[in-house]
Design a protein around this ligand. Structure first.
Ligand code: FE2
Length: 374
């Protein structure tokens, strides 16, 4: 079988209108330190905070923002809470993929009627800046989707949070918006979760990659990409496939203790500058050997960037019918080999870099081999 690509539906028939990703909440062991990492390494600005100083007794959260991207970093103040158990089991990881909607109650009712498992019924909270309504449903593993309705809110983030600023002036590094968020699920579960996004959230299957597309000599995985109607929210779902050695997806699931978010792809308009700054700030990236670049132009045709700049920063290129894209993966951003980031610049291409899968997955295998998990 080959890669199958489908067109997005007309927006008019969109079952669940989404305005984009509202925020991504990570449950972490030490939110204060993680918040500094994302400020000083990734160029996010601190915009809001909650904790004991704001009357919240059980947790602290730092809200960071860069252009349209909002991260919430949350740690427990208690020994035995849902958050501390989550961190003990999974390590630092993504708990909430929050979706920005016009009507959180309608989104919740619709999805629960269509089979979603409820996590939290709609709740409206209020402060001097207005009201916010949120409601949550379950997705793969212990990850949840929270619908966020903020059309009647003018504050920094949500009621319960106070506006805060970074101590130092933070320079944006050019990160613009969340391009896609990838989930890893257990062997045999990919189709079930694709069906969940299709049946319950009205997403469409955009692309199917089978294990022939995504395999190296040793390891393999399968992936299907689902998208909402307007294409603002895209969720590739991966499952491991049989290979001679252990799939990177199995390694993730072993360390995360189940299904969860594998990587968040963030778009930039200038990947060479963005990656240059990330490297200077201490962020580690996967290494792809220099020979990747020797026949690059034969594979992708003319591009605006200098090959030497791409090679210097180890940035990969792929082309589809509509244009090309540049991309790179960080190494995992916490101690366990679980969550990482992709930095992506799209120049017309709407695909996911299929031509780079082999080089990227061989790079991951080299890291797995060093960890003794291949
Ligand atoms: Fe990706």
């Amino acid at each position: 079988m080959e890669t199958v690509t489908n067109k997005l539906p007309n927006q008019v028939e969109d079952l669940l209108p989404l305005k984009g990703t509202d925020h991504i909440e990570f449950y972490v062991g030490n939110a204060k330190q993680s918040a500094l990492y994302y400020q000083y390494c990734f160029g996010f600005e601190l915009v809001a905070y909650r904790g004991p100083e704001t009357g919240c007794r059980d947790r602290v959260s730092y809200v960071l923002q860069q252009d349209k991207i909002r991260f919430v970093l949350t740690s427990s103040l208690l020994t035995d809470s849902e958050i501390s158990k989550h961190v003990a089991l999974h390590g630092d990881g993504v708990k909430v993929l929050a979706l920005w909607v016009d009507d959180a109650t309608a989104s919740y009712n619709l999805t629960v009627e269509r089979g979603a498992v409820s996590v939290k019924a709609p709740e409206t909270t209020e402060d001097e800046f207005g009201t916010i309504t949120t409601a949550s449903i379950q997705t793969y593993g212990e990850t949840i989707h929270t619908f966020v309705e903020r059309k009647n809110y003018k504050g920094a983030f949500m009621p319960g949070f106070e506006a805060r600023k970074s101590n130092e002036r933070i320079q944006s590094i050019g990160l613009k918006y969340v391009d896609h968020c990838v989930g890893n699920v257990e062997l045999g579960d990919m189709d079930r979760w694709v069906k969940f996004y299709q049946d319950v959230l009205g997403f469409k299957l955009l692309i199917t990659f089978d294990d022939k597309d995504i395999s190296t000599k040793y390891t393999a995985l399968m992936s299907k990409v689902v998208s909402n109607g307007n294409g603002y929210v895209k969720f590739p779902i991966n499952e491991p496939a049989k290979g001679i050695k252990k799939s990177q997806i199995e390694e993730y699931i072993d360390f995360y203790k189940g299904a969860g978010v594998q990587h968040i792809a963030i778009a930039t308009d200038n990947i060479i500058e963005t990656v240059g700054t990330l490297r200077k700030n201490g962020v580690d990236f996967l290494y792809v050997p220099d020979n990747y670049y020797s026949d690059l132009l034969d594979r992708v045709g003319n591009i605006d960037e200098e090959i030497e700049d791409l090679k210097k920063h180890n940035i990969l290129v792929d082309r589809d019918d509509e244009g090309y894209l540049l991309q790179i993966f960080t190494k995992p951003v916490q101690d366990r080999p679980t969550v990482f980031f992709e930095i992506i610049q799209r120049k017309g291409a709407k695909s996911f870099g299929k031509g780079n899968f082999k080089a990227l997955f061989e790079a991951i295998e080299r890291e797995q081999a060093i960890r003794g998990t291949l």
